[in-house]
Design a protein around this ligand. Structure first.
Ligand code: SF4
Ligand code: SF4
Length: 130
């Protein structure tokens, strides 16, 4: 029918694939507010924030984190290297590893016995003024 034309075709194996997810990092202080990342993001993940950086620009903020497909276009297009994207699964894995390492620390440094404190004070008393 003429009025109901579909814009995109769905691949036959679309349900067998999982779209990649990206985790976005923004370095506010580097941003000069050109908005390239906001305008060219194909998934409309970013928007201009209301906050100012020290140069007086509004850095972008992530408004639709779940829609990011890790295409890294924002990273490539930013003239100030103020934004970068990492594979969300990889970020989660690194966080897990870090947590596990932290958990392991207290086991390594057990309680240590304090030695000779009482003796030291006794000696001091003996050698003091009469
Ligand atoms: S990686 Fe792609 S989808 Fe994600 S914020 Fe950047 S431009 Fe948008
Ligand atoms: S492309 Fe870079 S400099 Fe431009 S608004 Fe985005 S983060 Fe800021």
């Amino acid at each position: 029918m003429p009025g109901q034309m579909k814009l995109w075709r769905k691949p036959l194996d679309a349900d067998e694939w999982e779209a990649p997810k990206g985790k976005i990092f923004i370095i506010d202080e580097r941003c000069k507010g050109c908005k390239f990342c906001i305008e060219f993001c194909p998934r409309k993940v970013l928007e201009e924030s209301k906050k100012f950086n020290s140069k007086g620009y509004h850095p972008p903020e992530v408004v639709n984190p779940d829609d990011c497909v890790d295409c890294q276009l924002c990273e490539l297009i930013c003239p100030e290297f103020a934004i970068f994207v990492m594979d969300a699964k990889e970020v989660e894995r690194k966080k897990r590893v870090k947590k596990e390492k932290k958990k392991g620390k207290p086991e390594k440094t057990g309680k240590t016995k304090k030695k000779g404190k009482k003796g030291a004070t006794k000696k001091g008393k003996k050698g003091g003024k009469k």
